[in-house]
Design a binder for this molecule. Structure first.
Ligand code: NAP
Length: 336
C-alpha cells in the first residue's frame, strides 16, 4: 500500500471570463480504500484539455459540470496499486477519467488498459488518446480529404492540430496551419512538414491566405473560431468541408461574440460545415490507435508534448494553455 497523501485539485469557484488560480483549491486527504470490485489508482500523467473550461461553468453542455468542491475532471494515465476487481492486476497501466488527483478509486467502467508496447504510456492521453483520436476521426471522417486538397488547420501546433496537419500530409494534401507564435510557426513547417504557417497574432490572416493558397481552401479543421475562421470562410472552394472541432477563442469571453453572419458562404460554395465530438467514434478507437501507432513507428507521425511536473501546478498550467502558453500537448507529470 502507498503511504503518501492524496493531492487533489478542487473547483473552488466558477470563473467569469478567464479562470484564475484562485478558482481552484489544492487539498491533501488520505488515500481512499477500494471496496469489492474496485481498484485503487496512482495517477502518473494528467491531461489538461480546453474542454475542462466548459466543465467549470454551470451551463448546459454535452457533459455535466464539475460541482463546486469536487475534483476537476480529466483524463489520466494511472497505475493500479491495489485491485479488488478480477479485471485488473496491481501494476497494470490504465487510462480513464480519474480527475485532477494523485489517487483515485474506480469500478473499472470506461477504464482502458494501455498497450505499453505502442509508445510511451502518456500518449494514451495524447496522440494515441482523446486528442489524437479527435484529429484522426475529425479529419478523415468529417473532412473526407482527397489528395491535392488544400487544408487549413487552426491551433496547428496544439494537441489536436499538430496531428491533423500531419495526417493531412500523409493523405497527400497541401497544409497550412495557423498558430500564435513564431517558434510554433517554425516548428510546424520545419519539424512536422506542414507546407506553410501563418502567425495570426502578427500577420493579416486574410492576406496571408490569399498569398499562400490562391487556389482557395477545400478543407478547414477549426479549433479556434473567431477572426481566423472568418478569414478562412471567405476563401472556401465549391464543395469545401469544414469540421468544427472547437472554438477556443470563444471559451473565456464574458460576452459571447455575435453569431456567424457569413453562413451564406456555405450556400455559395455548396460546402458542408459539421460539428463533431470524438466520443461518437468510441467504437472505432482501436482502429485509430492502431493506425496512428503504425505511423509513429514508421516515423510519419510525430508528437510534441509540453510537460509540467507536479499536480499542484495544474491550475496555472491549465490557464496558461488557454492563453496559448503551451507548446504541444499539455501534460502534468504526476508521478513516476
Ligand atoms: N470536438 C471534440 O471532440 C474535441 C476533442 C478535443 C479537443 N477539441 C477542441 O480542439 C481544440 C484544440 O484542443 P487541444 O487540446 O489541441 O488544445 P491545444 O491546441 O493544445 O491548446 C490550445 C491552443 O489554442 C490556441 N488559442 C488559445 N486562444 C486562442 C484564440 N483566442 N485564438 C486562436 N487560438 C487560440 C493556443 O495556441 P496558439 O498559440 O497557436 O494561439 C493554445 O495553445 C479546442 O478548441 C478543443 O476544445 C475538441
Amino acid at each position: 500500500m502507498p503511504t503518501e497523501i492524496n493531492v487533489r485539485v478542487l473547483l473552488k469557484s466558477r470563473p467569469t471570463g478567464f479562470p484564475v488560480e484562485d478558482d481552484f483549491e489544492v487539498v491533501e486527504s488520505p488515500i481512499p480504500q477500494p471496496q469489492q470490485g474496485e481498484i485503487l489508482l496512482e495517477s502518473m500523467w494528467l491531461s489538461l484539455d480546453p474542454y475542462m473550461r466548459g466543465r467549470m461553468n454551470d451551463a448546459k453542455s454535452y457533459a455535466p459540470s464539475v460541482d463546486i468542491g469536487e475534483p476537476m475532471v480529466g483524463g489520466a494515465v494511472a497505475k493500479v496499486v491495489e485491485s479488488r476487481s478480477p479485471l485488473f492486476n496491481p501494476g497494470d497501466i490504465v487510462e480513464g477519467r480519474f480527475g485532477w488527483q494523485s489517487y483515485a478509486i474506480s469500478n473499472g467502467i470506461a477504464v482502458r488498459k494501455v498497450d505499453e508496447s505502442l509508445a510511451p504510456v502518456q500518449t494514451a492521453v495524447g496522440v494515441l488518446g482523446m486528442p489524437g483520436l479527435t484529429a484522426y476521426f475529425g479529419f478523415l471522417d468529417v473532412c473526407d480529404p482527397t489528395p491535392g486538397d488544400t487544408v487549413v488547420v487552426s491551433a496547428a501546433s496544439g494537441a489536436v492540430g499538430q496531428i491533423v496537419g500531419q495526417i493531412a500530409k500523409i493523405m497527400g494534401c497541401k497544409v497550412i496551419g495557423t498558430v500564435g507564435s513564431e517558434p510554433k510557426a517554425k516548428f510546424i513547417v520545419e519539424e512536422l512538414g506542414f507546407d506553410y504557417a501563418i502567425n495570426y497574432k502578427t500577420s493579416d490572416v486574410a492576406q496571408s491566405l490569399d498569398n499562400l493558397c490562391p487556389e482557395g481552401i477545400d478543407v478547414y479543421f477549426d479549433n479556434v473560431g473567431g477572426i481566423v475562421t472568418d478569414a478562412v470562410m471567405d476563401r472556401i472552394n465549391i464543395g469545401a468541408r469544414i469540421a468544427i472541432c472547437g472554438q477556443i477563442s470563444q471559451y473565456n469571453l464574458k460576452t459571447p461574440d455575435l453569431a456567424p453572419r457569413n453562413l451564406g458562404l456555405l450556400t455559395r460554395s455548396q460546402a458542408k460545415m459539421e460539428g463533431f465530438l470524438v466520443f461518437a467514434y468510441e467504437s472505432r478507437y482501436d482502429e485509430g490507435i492502431a493506425r496512428m501507432a503504425a505511423w509513429i513507428k514508421e516515423g510519419k507521425l510525430k508528437y510534441k508534448e509540453d510537460v509540467v511536473i507536479g499536480l499542484k501546478n495544474a491550475p496555472k498550467t491549465f490557464i496558461g494553455m488557454l492563453n496559448g502558453e503551451n507548446f504541444g500537448k499539455t501534460l502534468i507529470k504526476v508521478a513516476e
